[in-house]
Write a protein that binds this ligand. Structure first.
Ligand SMILES: [Zn+2]
Length: 444
């Protein structure tokens, strides 16, 4: 089925159909296919295209419209071309079909984040073709490997190709979902901070023995089950940041609703009374979280295991480090702590950007263009984006986009990395316009 839906929708469809699924292994993703696609689309617009290959098949693309004033701040529009895997059985349609159904475009990546990656490319091409010369340089960057560590994408560029991707300001996913703030007012969240990650493992040891005689044995698997249970039951200290306080208060709800959510003594209990999606967000934004996700152990059915490994998805708040996370684990495990070894892995600290900046003010004006009277809401993101690789270079990074009201926020929140991911065409039109309005406002 091919219906004329405009160049941005066609580009989103093609990106979906390229199936650049990143399962975390080095050979997956193969984003060079989508770099070919985007490069092909941008060709003929007078842009210089730079391609960077971090390993075979893992390519990223950089292009720019040079500014006329070297003193003016530069802006990068940053998109990724990879997607997370799908569970096909749970989808109502082909996750890689890129089907247009009614006014919705279906497929993995539709909102995470081909809606942005494609519309950024379309806006950049249009500006180039129109001969637009900004004061500050505009960069468009499409990277591989965002859905894993960024090792073959943003991290590679930021660390090894720094001169090609240096920018004063950067916008990437996500944000810009209209939230009703009562009395017809709308707030638009913009991501200003994100939690850190610490890929960790716990090693649980025991004593081997014969599976036929379990009585009184020291079974590492049984111990690991109790470790997992304690980790799940443990409630680490609540930490309310200024960003969280501003975010909650920005909703404009009455104080009896907002105050318990900005009070470290009451937040965790208040979560139980909230809709699940809001509770998840509130809890994650104000706690260091330790999620057991993988358990490996045992060798043979009739052998009592003496070693089990638990993988932990640790998400950190600003100020957390290996020592403080170790202390949380010890507190969770109590008297089992001595029998468990904490093995911290790759650690990327939580990061944030200030909101007292010209780009923040510009986003506020741009938001008003689409939702009159709207206000920006600074938001902390529990997950990670590629912004974390650029903040250490001194780049001020926000997550922003713009969406229509056609897809409710609750639905949007479940679609990224979930089932039946799709985007409506009105949102695609709005977002493509948004980059144009933003570039003129901020770089013009
Ligand atoms: Zn994403």
């Amino acid at each position: 089925m091919e219906i004329e839906v405009g160049e941005v929708a066609e580009l989103v469809q093609a990106l979906i159909r390229n199936r650049c699924v990143n399962d975390g292994t080095p050979g997956s993703g193969q984003e060079a296919r989508s770099v070919d696609l985007i490069a092909g689309y941008l060709e003929g617009a007078g842009l210089d295209l730079e391609r960077f290959e971090a390993r075979p098949g893992r390519e990223s693309l950089v292009t720019r419209i040079e500014g006329s004033d070297p003193e003016a701040p530069s802006l990068m529009l940053l998109g990724h071309t990879d997607v997370v895997p799908v569970n096909e059985d749970r989808w109502s349609r082909d996750p890689f079909g890129g089907e247009l159904v009614g006014d919705e475009l279906w497929g993995r990546g539709a909102i995470d984040m081909f809606n942005l990656t494609a519309s950024m490319a379309v806006a950049t091409r249009r500006l180039a073709v129109a001969g637009f010369r900004p004061r500050g340089t505009l960069l468009y960057v499409a990277v591989a490997d965002e859905e894993a560590s960024g090792l073959y994408g943003a991290k590679h560029l930021a660390e090894r190709e720094t001169d090609s991707v240096r920018a004063d300001y950067l916008i990437t996913e996500s944000g810009g979902f209209p939230i009703d703030a009562g009395d017809g007012a709308v707030t638009l969240p913009a991501i200003v901070a994100e939690k850190g990650t610490m890929a960790s493992r716990l090693r649980v040891t025991g004593t081997p023995g014969h599976g036929s005689m379990p009585y009184g044995t020291d079974n590492a698997l049984v111990k690991a089950a109790e470790v997992v249970r304690r980790l799940d039951a443990y409630r680490p200290a609540t930490r309310v940041s200024d960003h969280w306080r501003d975010f909650v208060r920005g909703f404009g709800y009455p104080p009896e609703l907002t105050e318990p959510l900005v009070d470290e003594d009451t937040l965790a209990d208040t979560c139980a009374a909230l809709p699940p999606a809001i509770a998840k967000l509130a809890y994650s934004c104000c706690h260091t979280t330790l999620t057991p996700t993988v358990l490996r152990g045992g060798t043979k059915r009739n052998v009592i295991p003496d070693a089990v490994e638990i993988e932990l998805d640790v998400r950190t708040l600003p100020g957390d480090d290996v020592e403080s996370v170790g202390a949380v684990i010890d507190a969770a495990l109590g008297d089992l702590a001595d029998e468990v070894e904490f093995v911290p892995g790759v650690t990327i600290a939580a990061s944030e950007s200030p909101t007292e900046t010209p780009l923040w003010d510009s986003l506020g004006r741009v938001g008003q263009h689409f939702y009159e009277g709207s206000a920006l809401l600074p938001m902390l993101m529990p997950g990670a984006t590629d912004a974390r690789h650029f903040r250490p270079l001194g780049t001020t990074c926000y997550g922003f986009g713009i969406y229509s009201r056609k897809v409710p926020l609750e639905t949007l929140a479940t679609m990224a990395h979930g089932d039946d991911e799709r985007v409506d065409l009105e949102s695609l039109r709005m977002i493509t316009d948004m980059w144009d309005v933003l570039v003129h406002d901020f770089l013009g």
